[in-house]
Design a protein around this ligand. Structure first.
Ligand SMILES: [Fe+2]
Ligand SMILES: [Fe+2]
Length: 290
């Protein structure tokens, strides 16, 4: 079993300035502390891009200093808010990057982790150039292990105009590569949308998470970006030979935990009976409901 922590969209700033009104460093700090306290057996932490809100060098340095306190590997990626040069200035030797791209592969616990660089040019939208797609295709082809794929931008159109306007500009080419290797890719973990997302594309399941900054709202019609105040969270992924499960942790919750004994089923039956409802005592018969 492989357990790891997924954080995304830190949107850190250089000097404590708030990003979209939020203290994103405090949220990131709390998320890391919470995760490592609650899940000390996590094999690693992955941060799927938008590390810095404005790409500032000092924002990356702040994260670098914080990561010195993290006792497990932390895998970093860039997003549309990041500055590639400043990111590499601080973290360029941290991972085996396929320069000039911030993408790389890493073998952990029998799985191949593949970190994809989806940053576009001149836009918040992402783009996978032919070189990056070729790298992905070759990496997936040569991997002898099952793959967990990490990317910043969402992997498929969401049918939500505001979010899709900043999606990948060449999803179909990406999907062609995905389809070729779908049997090998266990799950895609992404960020960028600042909203909880789950689904599958080309038969590959995916999960996207909220940010450490503001969170998105969509009614699937809004063409402008809508935000709401909602608590940030991080994901705890548990991967086994036949399953991938992602739990969500709202680490800013500070209220009481209502821990109680699990209700005995006999008590539940009694409470139902008081209301004139019988609990099924045997398998339904073929003529049930007629
Ligand atoms: Fe973001
Ligand atoms: Fe983003």
């Amino acid at each position: 079993m492989l357990k790891f922590i997924h954080l995304t969209d830190l949107h850190l700033t250089a000097n404590g300035e708030r990003a979209a009104g939020y203290d994103t460093y405090a949220n990131t700090d709390r998320a890391l502390s919470h995760a490592l306290d609650l899940f000390p057996d996590a094999a690693f932490v992955v941060i799927t891009g938008d590390i810095a809100n404005w790409g500032e060098y000092e924002a990356y340095r702040r994260l670098e200093r914080r990561l010195e306190l993290v006792p497990v590997p932390v895998f970093l990626m860039i997003g549309n808010h990041d500055n590639r040069d400043n990111f590499f200035s601080v973290f360029g030797r941290r991972h085996p990057f396929a320069f000039p791209y911030a993408q790389y592969r890493q073998a952990v616990a029998g799985y191949e982790l593949v970190f994809l660089d989806t940053q576009g040019v001149g836009s918040h939208a992402g783009r996978l150039s032919p070189e990056r797609l070729a790298w992905l295709d070759e990496t997936l082809s040569s991997s002898g292990s099952e793959v967990l794929l990490f990317m910043h931008h969402h992997p498929v159109e969401l049918h939500a105009p505001a979010l899709d306007a900043k999606g990948l500009t060449n999803w179909s080419e990406f999907h062609t590569v995905l389809a070729r290797h779908r049997g090998k890719i266990r799950h895609i973990f992404h960020g960028h949308c600042h909203i909880l997302l789950q689904g599958n594309v080309e038969g590959v399941s995916f999960t996207g998470l909220r940010s450490m900054s503001d969170q998105a709202y969509t009614d699937l019609k809004l063409s402008k970006a809508a935000r709401l105040h909602a608590e940030p969270h991080y994901g705890v992924a548990v991967v086994t030979p036949n399953s991938v499960v992602v739990h969500l942790q709202e680490f800013n919750y500070s209220g009481p935990l209502l821990v109680r004994e699990r209700q005995r089923f006999e008590d539940f039956i009694g409470l139902c009976a008081e209301r004139g409802v019988a609990v099924p005592g045997e398998e339904p018969s073929a003529d049930a409901g007629t």
